[in-house]
Design a protein around this ligand. Structure first.
Ligand code: NDP
Length: 244
């Protein structure tokens, strides 16, 4: 018996990185897990590799209708979710002066609009159950900004305001809404920066190392657990001290 036995958990972007680590941990602890990625086959293969109680779905979370269909399918296949982990996200970096409209909109749609779509699509089920856990993935960049990431910083800061507002709307129904703000975590997203950039960021981290996806997953699992029932509207930094 694990903390999530008989519970249904949705993790967006569970095909790789932090989302995959979350899905692995929830599955180990007994949950029925639904993950999604943009491609259905990739998501199904990733789910199969994680374990038998994980199901993969194709869903572009930046598309409102696709999100409604995804949540409808999960509800039919597994039932109403206990927890929703809004993890999927992208970067399209560039200095503001040269930033293209598409780079701005793609990041806002994928990283921020999606969270509204997913929370709205799961709201009825959670409200009916009078319980639920929502964990939204922000970033240290949403708190202190970063040159070359105005689009990403805007989306990640937006997630914090959104979560604090929604937390107040659903608190009386025992639904908690919290935010995780990772610092520098080793995944495909940060590998794309290249070795030199990674080394110079690590140098600035008080703990002098990058974080691991599973270190974020453990905090996500705690906030998704029954034990975290009185924590809502918070922002938990997981950054080795980078944001101090
Ligand atoms: P990765 O790039 O490793 O993985 C991103 C995941 O998001 C993939 O599973 C990808 O699935 C999915 N995804 C991307 N776009 C979409 C979309 N439109 N629809 C559905 N799924 C999508 O990222 P990380 O694991 O590093 O990051 C996870 C989250 O943590 C992100 O929100 C990121 O901003 C945040 N974060 C990460 C930090 C880090 O240092 N790594 C630091 C701070 C925050 P697929 O490709 O299969 O579609």
């Amino acid at each position: 018996m694990g903390r999530f036995t008989d519970k249904i958990v949705i993790v967006t972007g569970g095909t790789r990185g932090i989302g995959k680590a979350c899905a692995e941990l929830f599955a180990q602890e007994g949950a029925q897990v639904a993950i999604c990625g943009r491609d259905a086959t990739t998501a199904a293969e990733a789910a199969q590799a994680i374990g038998p109680n994980v199901k993969g779905y194709g869903c572009d979370i930046s598309d409102s209708a696709a999100v409604d269909a995804f949540i409808g399918d999960v509800s039919k296949d597994l039932g109403a979710p206990w927890a929703l982990v809004n993890n999927a996200g992208i970067t399209r970096d560039g200095l503001l002066m040269r930033l293209k409209d598409e780079q701005w909109h793609e990041v806002i749609k994928t990283n921020l609009d999606s969270i509204f779509y997913l929370c709205r699509a799961t709201a009825r089920g959670m409200l009916k159950q009078r319980q639920g856990r929502i964990i939204n993935m922000s970033s240290i960049i949403g708190i202190r900004g970063q040159a070359g990431q105005s689009n990403y910083a805007a989306a990640k800061a937006g997630i914090i305001g959104f979560s604090k507002a929604y937390a107040q709307e659903v608190a009386s129904r025992n639904i908690t809404v919290n935010v995780i703000a990772p610092g520098f975590i080793e995944t495909d997203m940060t590998a794309a920066l290249g070795e030199n950039a990674m080394e110079s960021i690590v140098e600035k981290v008080p703990m002098k190392r990058a974080g691991q996806a599973m270190e974020v997953a453990h905090a996500v699992a705690y906030l998704a657990s029954e034990e975290a029932g009185y924590i809502t509207g918070t922002v938990l930094s997981i950054d080795g001290g980078l944001g101090i």
